[in-house]
Each structure stands twice: as structure tokens, then as C-alpha cells.
Design a protein around this ligand. Structure first.
Ligand code: SF4
Ligand code: SF4
Length: 354
């Protein structure tokens, strides 16, 4: 059953048991198994294929740092010079559309496969419950209970069922909406209310990515699974933080994530004229370039509150965001840029006085 009101296509779920489910789960979820073929026979899954263009993720360790403000303004500032696609992967609370005001042209339901047990074939042996790492299956005398909300759709229960009694059915977890916002191609995901399993929706949004031009991904705040999913395969991560102890704490966590993933990264410091110097000290120690500082400013706050991108109300900021993009491109295209965090040290925007 699809999400209500969805008239467009869906991510289809094959209903064949065994290898069909495994192949689908593998291609869709990126799970690997130590069982060998066919799980290991395919290409490397779980990472949306890199494009010939450039993919820039905008992320923050904590919410409320101005991440979406930076992502949307960056996209708009370069849209006249480059083909730009904006993907809002903050699927639990997408809000880039409030600033970009896209025209939605397509809606795609996102489903994950959950097991369905054929009671005629089931012998209640308990194997499916034993192999389920999510504790989504309970086997009792004469009964198999499936807790669909806990199921990650990995396919292990169907793979190991000795009777071939398990098939899969699609369970809707969210939607992807795609369209245009003036010069920008746009897509965002929405996780269904009450759902806790965001990565499939993030992957579905990333499947909308074009293979050319600039793709800007608005990543969810934090460092949890949907964030890692959104960051996989990107060329660069722009971290947005604020210079407070909380901002620094969560920045450190986020830097740990991008280091682990081997993604080159740099920083934008929002509300840069408040707080303390801890973020700058950390950046110097880690050699993370600071590419832009945004002051605490009433005009900026008003623009945000009205849902009007800063670059549309202030030509100076349009220029600053264009410079920010040039700095990012220099880091991405510079020598050895895929080796993780690197740069020429803690750079400062012109006129920054901290
Ligand atoms: S593994 Fe198969 S046969 Fe055994 S309890 Fe589960 S569904 Fe039934
Ligand atoms: S019930 Fe468990 S083993 Fe089966 S697909 Fe879901 S998470 Fe995987």
C-alpha cells in the first residue's frame, strides 16, 4: 500500500523470495553478507554513484546553526553560472522548500520490504527470529509475529528460512518530491510521521541526483545514520557551526564523521561575532579551513524569518556566497583533496576580526 495521495511511480519491491529479495535489499540498502555470492557479486552498493560534476554536502553537528540558510544561499548564488540541483536530505524535517519555493512536479513513494510468512509452509523453527538483528520477528508455537516498524528490510530472514516460507511486501516509509525552483532542480524527502527509519528515504532522494553540474545536499543535523547516508559518496562537506561550547562539541563529533568517511571538509561559522574562540582554536589545531563567517545580524535574521534567501535581498551576500563556492571548488579540485580534512590552515574571510 502506498502513501495516501501518491499518483506517481514508486520504488518497486520485487515479490520473489530468496535471491530476488536479497538482490533488491542489497541494491537498495547496501547490506553485505559474509555468505559470498550473490551478495558479494555485485558492485559496491549503499553509495549513490559519484557523478562527473561536484557534490557538496552542507552539514552541521547540531540543529539551528543556519545550515539550510547556507545551503540554499550557496545554491542560489551560483545558479546563474552553473547547473545546480538542490537535494534536501533532512527527511525528518525538510525546510529548504520554505526558502526555495519549488514547483513540485513528481512524487515518488518510498517503501522498504518487510517479511510476510506463508503459514502453510512455516514449521515454526525459529530461524528467522534467530537471524534478525533488529528483533523484528517473534516465533511462538503456531505463530510468527512480524514487528514491521522494527524491520530494516535486510532480507536475512528470507535468506535463512529453510522452508522458503518468507516473501516480502512493501511498507511505505516516506515520499520523495521533485521539481524546480527557478534555475534550480529540486528534490526533497519526507519521512512518514511516526517512522524512525530515515536512511531509505535519504537514499531515494539521492537517487534523484543528476550526473552533471553541481549537486548541493542539505544534510540532517547530528551525526546519526541518515547523516552518514547523506554524506556517502559526496565530494566535499561544508560544515556549519556557531562559536559556542555546544557548537564546538557537536562540531567535533561531525569532524570525526567526515574524517572517518574521508571527505574533505571546511567550515562556515554562523553568528561569528558571539560566543568564544573555541571553534577557531579547534579549526587551527585540526587544520580545517574556515571559508566564511556570518555575523549575528538583525537584517539576516529578518530575511530568514520571512523565508527570503539572503542573496535575494543583499547583493553583497550574493557575492560572498559566490566566493564561498570558488573556495570550495579550489579545495575539491586541489591536489590530494580526497584524503580527508585538509587546507592551508584556519583561513579567515576578509574583514573578519576575531
Ligand atoms: S524460518 Fe521460516 S519456517 Fe522457520 S519459523 Fe521462520 S518463517 Fe517459519
Ligand atoms: S525481519 Fe529482521 S531479518 Fe527480516 S528483513 Fe526485517 S530486519 Fe531483516
Amino acid at each position: 500500500m502506498g502513501a495516501g495521495g501518491i499518483s506517481g511511480p514508486r520504488i518497486s519491491v520485487p515479490r520473489t523470495p530468496g535471491p530476488g529479495l536479497r538482490t533488491w535489499a542489497h541494491a537498495t540498502f547496501g547490506y553485505r553478507s559474509s555468505l559470498g555470492s550473490p551478495w558479494q557479486a555485485g558492485r559496491s552498493y549503499g553509495v549513490v554513484a559519484l557523478r562527473k560534476g561536484m557534490t557538496i554536502a552542507v552539514a552541521s553537528g547540531k540543529g539551528g546553526t543556519g545550515k539550510t540558510t547556507v545551503a540554499t544561499n550557496l545554491a542560489l548564488a551560483i545558479a546563474a553560472q552553473h547547473p545546480v540541483q538542490f537535494l534536501d536530505c533532512d527527511v525528518e524535517e525538510p525546510n529548504a522548500h520554505l526558502f526555495l519555493k519549488p514547483r513540485i512536479e513528481r512524487t515518488l513513494a518510498v517503501e522498504i520490504p518487510v517479511p510476510s510468512v506463508d503459514r502453510e509452509r512455516c514449521t515454526y523453527c525459529g530461524t528467522c527470529a534467530d537471524v534478525c538483528a533488529q528483533h523484528a520477528v517473534g516465533v511462538f508455537p503456531g505463530q510468527v509475529l512480524i514487528f514491521a516498524e522494527l524491520c530494516h528490510g535486510c532480507g536475512a530472514c528470507a535468506l535463512f528460512c529453510p522452508e522458503g516460507a518468507i516473501t516480502e511486501v512493501g511498507r511505505p516509509v516516506g515520499v520523495v518530491e521533485a521539481g524546480r525552483a527557478d534555475q534550480l532542480a529540486f528534490a526533497h524527502g519526507r519521512l512518514n510521521v511516526g517512522e524512525a527509519f530515515a536512511p531509505p528515504v535519504v537514499r531515494a532522494v539521492k537517487k534523484e541526483a543528476r550526473d552533471h553540474g553541481i549537486v548541493i545536499i542539505d544534510v540532517a543535523p547530528g551525526t546519526s545514520c541518515p547523516v552518514v547516508e547523506a554524506l556517502k559518496g559526496v565530494d566535499f562537506c561544508l560544515l556549519v557551526t556557531e562559536p559556542t561550547p555546544f557548537g564546538l562539541h557537536d562540531l567535533k563529533l561531525m569532524v570525526g564523521v567526515v574524517e572517518k568517511l574521508g571527505i574533505p571538509a571546511a567550515l562556515v561559522i554562523n553568528r561569528a561575532d558571539m560566543g568564544d574562540a573555541g571553534v577557531w582554536t579547534f579549526c587551527r589545531q585540526k587544520r580545517i579551513p574556515v571559508l566564511m563567517e556570518i555575523p549575528q545580524n538583525r537584517r539576516i535574521a529578518e530575511s530568514y524569518a520571512r523565508g527570503i534567501p539572503l542573496v535575494r535581498t543583499d547583493g553583497e551576500w550574493a557575492g560572498r556566497f559566490a566566493v564561498l563556492f570558488r573556495r570550495i571548488r579550489a579545495l575539491v579540485e586541489g591536489p590530494g583533496s580526497r584524503n580527508g580534512l585538509r587546507g592551508s590552515g584556519c583561513e579567515r574571510s576578509s574583514g573578519d576580526q576575531r
